[in-house]
Design a protein around this ligand. Structure first.
Ligand code: PEP
Ligand code: MG
Length: 597
């Protein structure tokens, strides 16, 4: 029987394939009855998973011997001690034998008991160990799931990735030729898992409540990333309809993609720079650089998140050099490490924060840990050579933070000069505009920076006080809100008054409905996931600057997000349809590569 589950549309496209569980939290564990004759097999599965998890910890500990603090080393040792503890193992085996349930459930129950026991302890250090117990549980569960998913993926079949959330470290285990879609129980349209899915061009639906409980591995699924729907066990009729939709979509996409090598200019010839956001050096090879003006945002933390240890300066230099070479002479904007919030490094223990989005993240960590920041800046500047390099500071809130970063960059440039290693190309320093307070001091910061880049994902979350990762308030996260339009206008005006370029690199830059509005407000650089370049280019070419300004004025006069969205959708839909039908003369239909103005 077909079952429809609703979620949030996170990355466009339709996929039809079996769903496979990759990893989940301890709370998403399906219960399965185990027949008495299956008990030994089940216990064997558990033992194997424990050995596998212990092996993983041993390996990580060995890899990190030189960088581990005593405290970190103790954490690994404590986790290994728990895994090898016979009482702990016997408790789980007892649950399987006595209650005749699968070993995942036994793991869940015993971990919950241990956690509770640690949390109730008097000693604060012992209470903290509850987190380690949870982590051990997650690792054993991960090992069990890894084994299970091989049943469905080992033979090179297509599949839909399902998990509690989609993490940057998952990109390493995905078979890019066979993954057709992504569905997660948590997250929102603007959380980093969704951003990653868009950047990989994989259809995705997020925030599908209890998907891991409701849909077992191996179940056939139709996933609609345009409308946020997942249909488990679709009927024949539904499958035919989805297959038809896939075919129609491919047809439109083919036509849209034809626009990608045309110049990014309005119908009256105003040039716009379209740039791409990248998350991983691995993705660089797949970017059609002739269609864009460069890399507008390299989220370096994602490259850090794919690893199991901190990259050294030399390793970072090699990574940035690869990126610069892959960009073939076009500028690359390296954003310095923006961890914190929901972006965590497995090898960097962050403090538990009650409200991590307002906590220790972005440049705050860089300034508290100068070694980290200096090493990264040095690595970028040493990789620069002749290339055009832009360094972008995340989550800055005011003058002092930017000044300290500027001084650090200048100092490192001087040191490199003295060592004969100074970059020979253009080096620019820029600031992300994503904390609302920063908007009001942009005039003060102007002398310190060469450019700005608007991070609307965070700007919207902080301006509207809506957590971008919380599905409960996802409906309130709306970049079309009149207040957001006014803030965007204020930023564009502040940058223009100071004569500094300003880009938009948040997700709205890749939403073609926003394109004429952003152009009308004064933006001329838009940086987005590569998959959105053709549609945005089509939207750029579909309007004159005068039309864009008139649309921005009309939108700014409106009082509701729904009305603004309605206006823009209607106008962009009509213009795109006319462009696809070939009835609008774009500015030069010849194929050409983008140049910087
Ligand atoms: C943003 O906040 O808009 C942005 C580009 O940064 P991130 O999504 O990585 O926080
Ligand atoms: Mg941000």
């Amino acid at each position: 029987m077909a079952r429809r589950l609703r979620g949030v549309a996170a990355a466009p496209g339709i996929a039809i394939a079996p769903l496979v569980h990759f990893h989940g939290g301890m709370e998403y564990i399906p219960t399965r009855a185990v027949a008495p004759e299956e008990v030994e097999r089940e216990v064997g599965r558990l033992r194997e998973a424990i050995d596998h998890a212990a092996g993983g910890i041993h390996k990580l500990r060995a890899e990190m011997t030189t960088v581990l603090s005593d405290r970190d080393a103790m954490i690994f040792d404590a986790q290994l001690a728990l895994l090898n503890d016979r009482t702990f193992q016997a408790a789980m085996e007892r649950v399987v034998r006595d209650q005749l349930v699968n070993c995942e459930v036994a793991l869940q129950r015993v971990i919950a008991e241990y956690e509770k026991a640690f949390e109730a302890m008097q000693d604060a250090a012992m209470r903290e160990r509850a987190a380690d117990v949870r982590d051990v549980g997650r690792q054993v569960l991960g090992a069990l799931m890894e084994r299970e998913r091989k049943v469905y993926t080992a033979g090179g079949q297509d599949y839909i990735f399902a998990a509690d959330e989609f993490l940057p470290s998952d990109t390493g285990i995905l078979d890019r030729r066979h993954i057709r879609g992504i569905v997660t129980a948590r997250g929102g349209k603007y959380s980093h898992g969704a951003i990653l899915a868009r950047s990989l061009g994989i259809p995705a639906v997020v925030a599908v409540e209890d998907v891991l409980i409701k849909v077992q591995s191996g179940t056939q699924v139709a996933l609609d990333g345009d409308n946020g729907v997942v249909v488990a066990e679709p009927g024949e009729e539904e499958l035919v309809r989805y297959r038809q939709l896939v075919a129609e979509r491919q047809d439109v996409e083919r036509k849209v993609r034809e626009a990608r090598f045309q110049p990014a200019a309005t119908s009256d010839g105003v040039s716009v720079e379209l740039l791409v956001n990248v998350e991983s050096v691995r993705d660089l090879g797949q970017i059609e650089l002739d269609a864009v003006a460069g890399i507008g945002l390299f989220r370096t933390e994602f490259a850090f998140m794919e690893r199991r240890t901190f990259p050294t300066e030399e390793e970072q230099r090699a990574m940035y050099k690869n990126a610069l070479e892959a960009a073939r002479g076009k500028p690359v904007t390296f954003r310095t490490l923006d961890v914190g919030g929901e972006k965590v490094l497995s090898y960097f223990r962050m403090p538990e924060e009650r409200n991590p989005q307002l906590g220790w993240r972005g440049i705050r960590i860089g300034l508290d840990w100068p070694d980290l920041f200096y090493t990264q800046i040095r690595a970028i500047l040493r990789a620069a050579g002749e290339h055009h390099v832009r360094i972008l500071l995340p989550m800055v809130s005011g003058y002092d933070e930017v000044r300290r970063c500027r001084e650090a960059v200048d100092q490192i440039l001087e040191d490199l000069h003295a060592a004969g290693q100074r970059p020979r190309g253009k080096v620019e320093l820029g600031a992300m505009v994503e904390i609302p307070a920063f908007v009001h001091v942009m005039d003060q910061v102007l002398p310190l920076v060469d450019f700005f880049s608007v991070g609307t994902n965070d700007l919207v979350q902080y301006s509207l006080a809506v957590d971008r990762d919380n599905p409960r308030v996802a409906g309130l996260y709306d970049p079309f809100q009149p207040a957001i339009l006014r803030i965007l206008r204020q930023i564009a005006n502040a940058a223009a008054a100071g004569g500094k370029p300003v880009a938009v690199c948040g997700e709205i830059a890749g939403d073609h409905h926003f394109t004429p509005l952003l152009l009308g407000l004064g933006y001329r650089q838009l940086s987005m996931a590569p998959v959105f370049v053709p549609r945005v280019k089509l939207a750029v070419r579909g309007f004159s600057l005068g039309e864009c300004r008139e649309m921005a004025d009309a939108a700014l006069a409106m009082t509701s997000a729904a009305a603004i969205r309605g206006l823009l959708r209607e106008r962009v839909r009509a213009a795109s349809a006319a462009m696809l039908a070939g009835s609008l003369p774009g500015p030069g239909r010849e194929r050409m590569s983008e140049g910087r103005p």
